[in-house]
Design a protein around this ligand. Structure first.
Ligand SMILES: Cc1cc2nc3c(=O)[nH]c(=O)nc-3n(C[C@H](O)[C@H](O)[C@H](O)COP(=O)(O)OP(=O)(O)OC[C@H]3O[C@@H](n4cnc5c(N)ncnc54)[C@H](O)[C@@H]3O)c2cc1C
Length: 243
C-alpha cells in the first residue's frame, strides 16, 4: 500500500461545440444501443478520463433543441469518430432519440469541459453503477493496466444486458437487477486490503445511500472516492457530484 494517499488530478478544456452525424447504430442488448458519431470537428476531440462527459445536443420531434449528459465511451481520432452507449430507459427524450437513430442523423457534441484523472496505481478499484454508469465502467476496465484488481457491482434491467469485459485484469464482477441489490452487494462486499479507489454513479437516491454506506459503514476515505448522480426519478437532465 502507498504511504501517501494518491490524489485525483483535474484538467480543464476549452469548450467546443462539434457538429456530428450518426455513422453507425449498433444495438448491444435489450437496454443499450451504441451510436458512433463522425464529423471533421472531432479531429481535436479530447477525452482524458472514463469519468468525462459530453453534452449531447439533439432536437426533439417538435424541433426543440435539448441536451443531456453522456460518457464518451470510445474515441477514434484517426477516423474522427466518437461512440456513445445510450441506456434505453422508459421515456426520455435522449433515450427515444437513440432508439430511433439512423445513419446521417445530426447532433452536436459539446465538451468535455474537463477531466478528472483517477490514478491507476491504487491497489484495487471498485466500480459501482447502474445502466447509465456502465459505459464509463466499461471504459475504465479497458483502460486500466493489465493485472490490476478490479471489482465491479453493476445494476442492469435485464439479465441479457450483462456483458463480457475483455480484460487482463483480476476482474471480480457482480451483476444485480435492482438498485436496492446494488446497495446490499456493496454492504456485503468484504473490503479488500490495501489502498483502493471507489468510483460510483447512477440513480440519485441510491447514490446518496451508497455515499453513507461507504463513508460510515465501510469507513472508506473520502479522498479515494468519487460518487455522482447521473439521473433522478421524475426529473430530466440531472447531474450532481456527491463525493
Ligand atoms: C456525467 C454523466 C454521464 C452519463 N453518461 C451516460 C451514458 O454514457 N449512457 C447513458 O445511457 N446515460 C448516461 N447518463 C445518464 C443520462 O444523462 C440520463 O439518463 C438522462 O436523463 C437521459 O436523458 P433522457 O432525455 O433520456 O431522459 P430525461 O428527459 O432526462 O428524463 C425523463 C424521465 O426519465 C427518467 N430517467 C432518466 N434516466 C433514466 C434511467 N437511466 N432509467 C430510468 N429512468 C430514467 C427521469 O427520471 C425522468 O423522469 C449520464 C449522466 C451524467 C450526469
Amino acid at each position: 500500500m502507498n504511504s501517501q494517499p494518491t490524489r485525483i488530478q483535474r484538467i480543464r478544456h476549452d469548450l467546443h461545440y462539434r457538429p456530428v452525424v450518426v455513422a453507425r447504430v449498433a444495438p448491444l442488448s435489450p437496454s443499450f444501443v451504441s451510436i458512433t458519431f463522425t464529423g471533421d470537428a472531432l479531429a481535436d476531440f479530447r477525452s482524458d478520463s472514463f469519468d468525462d462527459h459530453v453534452k449531447f445536443m439533439f432536437k426533439d420531434p417538435g424541433g426543440e433543441s435539448l441536451m443531456r449528459d453522456y460518457t464518451p465511451r470510445h474515441v477514434d481520432l484517426l477516423r474522427r469518430e466518437l461512440t456513445i452507449e445510450f441506456a434505453l430507459h422508459g421515456d426520455g427524450m435522449a433515450a427515444n432519440w437513440a432508439r430511433q437513430a439512423q445513419v446521417g442523423d445530426e447532433a452536436i457534441i459539446a465538451g468535455p469541459r474537463g477531466s478528472v484523472i483517477v490514478p491507476m496505481d491504487y491497489d484495487w478499484h471498485l466500480l459501482i453503477g447502474d445502466s447509465t454508469a456502465l459505459p464509463a465502467i466499461h471504459r475504465r476496465i479497458s483502460e486500466l493496466a493489465s493485472g490490476q484488481r478490479i471489482l465491479v457491482l453493476a445494476q442492469v434491467d435485464h439479465p441479457e444486458d450483462r456483458r463480457q469485459f475483455d480484460s487482463d485484469s483480476a476482474l471480480d464482477i457482480q451483476w444485480v437487477t435492482d438498485h436496492e441489490a446494488l446497495l446490499e452487494a456493496t454492504a456485503a462486499l468484504p473490503w479488500p486490503q490495501g489502498e483502493g479507489f471507489v468510483w460510483a454513479a447512477g440513480e440519485s437516491s441510491t447514490m446518496m445511500k451508497l455515499r453513507t454506506l461507504l463513508t460510515e459503514n465501510k469507513q472508506h476515505p473520502p479522498e479515494a472516492m468519487r460518487i455522482a448522480v447521473y439521473w433522478r426519478r421524475g426529473k430530466a437532465n440531472v447531474h450532481e457530484q456527491l463525493a
